[in-house]
Design a protein around this ligand. Sequence first.
Ligand code: CO8
Length: 262
Amino acid sequence: MAYNNIIFEKQEEIAIVKFNRPKSLNAINMDVVKEIEQALDQVESDSAVRVLILTGEGDKAFVAGADISQMVNLSPLELREFSTALHRLGFRMEDLPIPIIACVNGFALGGGTEIAMASDFIYASEDARFGQPEINLGIIPGFGGTQRLPRLVGKGVAKELCMTGAIISAQEAKEIGLVNRVFPADKLWEETMKTAKVLASKGKFSLMAVKRCIDRGYNLDLRAACAVEADQFALCMANPDGREGMTAFLEKRKPDFKGELS
Ligand code: CO8
């Protein structure tokens, strides 16, 4: 499949999508949204792929936000459509059955922080920067930032970031619980791949079940969320990898996970 705004690569069981619009620090426009959706379809239809990494091409930016030069010309209705398309993309990422690691290698501002938050977790380089600076443009976050950020870091910190538009360091982002781990820039890729390989060695179905339980259960009350967990737990046993994992333990050998999703 041909892409103009992203780079799609595969390294064995790991798919890699790089935002690639260097002239605008990888800013996201509608074409990028469409290409990411295509890449997600490609990943989902390839049963060999077990993990997806999102990162930015170059060493300056992950994504510097939505493309301001495109947004400035949109009508309120068109802006709503753009926001809705971005929300659809965020939910599509959450629905993807495999884990997505955001490997943040530079500026992740506005829509950049938001697409990282729609991933399953975030690794960042020491020189990465995060923030929701939309307030400085007279707008607000429109790709889930006002919703995913408070769920990750709490209401007060989310309001402070969205209201001040402050840009924070990777270390600060880690301290508030936005970022999982921070590495020196020259180690970020190696460490991200290391974790991606760990994930690729697990049962594909049980990874999906963890993702479903946490994403779907998070917004439910505890009893309803635990019911989601009980269902997913049971479904793991309906998949060959569930029995294989436990049998392998009892037979004192490494499990041979087939990685089927049905
Ligand atoms: N959109 C378009 N172009 C951009 C963007 C962007 N978000 N960010 C940077 N660029 C361009 C610059 O205009 C510049 O282009 P040129 O060389 O043609 O002048 C080039 O990238 C390099 O940028 P700078 O010269 O500014 O580089 P600096 O190193 O001086 O600064 C910064 C880097 C701090 C990242 C700076 O570029 C900046 O502040 N960028 C804007 C960050 C921002 O405000 N992001 C939020 C955008 S709004 C958003 O994301 C909303 C998301 C949800 C939308 C929902 C739909 C409604």
